[in-house]
Structures are given as structure tokens and as C-alpha cells.
Design a binder for this molecule. Structure first.
Ligand code: FES
Ligand code: FES
Length: 168
């Protein structure tokens, strides 16, 4: 098996190591960094449970990555934010608190993916504001692919509306 040297940042910490070239980002986070918050469900890039946010070297703004199908070797120099990067120590982020307050999830397996999707939407809207009347469509377009097997969609949508409509 081929191995590659990789250098990137995960939740603002520099990581430099050798990896198996074909290892997925999800496996790397779980097995090499002990970051098990990113969940894998379908494993084929469809359900969005494993969503993380990345910034390419020299780029501004966050992009979506499905960690189950993304080879770590493709992320040389990237900055990666996982669900563990949202809270500050023991203090949850405002979006995490809003999702909790709205009882958006039941088993919670999909929650890290939804929260990373919300993080991506916040980042996008800060750079590209839209009319509040377009928010419903924006959420649908960005989050419509996220699967919650417990069917908690309405409560998630209420939380997302609350979070995004408060943005300046
Ligand atoms: S687990 Fe990655 S998209 Fe479903
Ligand atoms: S709360 Fe169980 S999968 Fe969404």
C-alpha cells in the first residue's frame, strides 16, 4: 500500500504525518486523531452525516466535504473544521445551542452533519448575504440532501431559520 506525507490543519491544530494514500478523511479523523464526532452512515457520499468544512490553501471561505469519500491525501495544506471545532472548550456554539433548544434531533447520529451544514451556510451568508424572504429556499437547497433517519426535519428547519435569520 502507498503512503503519503500529509500536512494540514484540523480545528486549528497543525497535523503532519504519513498516511495510507487511499485512507478516507473520516477514517483518519477517527483512527489517527480520535475525533469520532464526524459520523459515517451511508459511506458513499449521499446522506451527509459525515459533513466537514474545509478551506483550500490560499482560499477564503468554507467548502463542504463528505469525509467518508474524501481521501486525506487530497487535502494537503487544507484547513479542516470538524464538529469538535465548533465549541470553545465546554462552551457550545450558538448554533449548537439553538439546535439543542429546538429539540431538533432524536438519536443524534445525523446532528454533527447538520451542524456542519449550518456552519457552511453561516459562512456563505456572511460573505454573500441574501434577502430574508429567500432564506427558506436557501436552506432547502443547502440542506435538502441531509438525511435524518429519525425524521426530525421540521425541528431542524425551525432551528436553521432561527440561526440564519439572526445573521446581520
Ligand atoms: S456517511 Fe458520508 S455522505 Fe453518508
Ligand atoms: S436524529 Fe436520528 S438520524 Fe437524525
Amino acid at each position: 500500500m502507498n503512503s503519503t506525507k500529509i500536512h494540514f490543519y484540523v480545528n486549528d491544530k497543525a497535523v503532519e504525518t504519513h498516511i495510507l494514500t487511499e485512507m478516507s478523511l473520516a477514517d483518519f479523523l477517527h483512527e489517527k486523531l480520535g475525533l469520532t464526532g464526524t459520523k459515517v452512515s451511508c459511506g458513499i457520499g449521499i446522506c451527509k452525516a459525515c459533513t466537514v468544512a474545509v478551506t483550500a490553501p490560499g482560499a477564503r471561505g468554507l467548502e463542504r466535504v463528505q469525509a467518508c469519500i474524501m481521501p486525506v491525501s487530497a487535502l494537503q495544506g487544507y484547513r479542516i473544521i470538524t464538529i469538535e471545532g465548533l465549541a470553545s472548550g465546554n462552551t457550545l456554539s450558538p448554533q449548537q445551542l439553538t439546535v439543542l433548544k429546538n429539540f431538533s434531533f432524536q438519536c443524534g447520529y445525523c446532528a454533527p452533519g447538520f451542524l456542519m451544514g449550518i456552519t457552511l451556510m453561516i459562512d456563505h451568508l456572511k460573505r454573500n448575504p441574501i434577502k430574508k424572504s429567500d432564506m427558506h429556499l436557501f436552506i432547502k437547497e443547502n440542506m435538502g440532501d441531509h438525511i435524518c433517519r429519525c425524521s426530525g426535519y421540521n425541528k431542524y428547519y425551525e432551528a436553521m431559520n432561527e440561526i440564519l435569520l439572526k445573521l446581520e
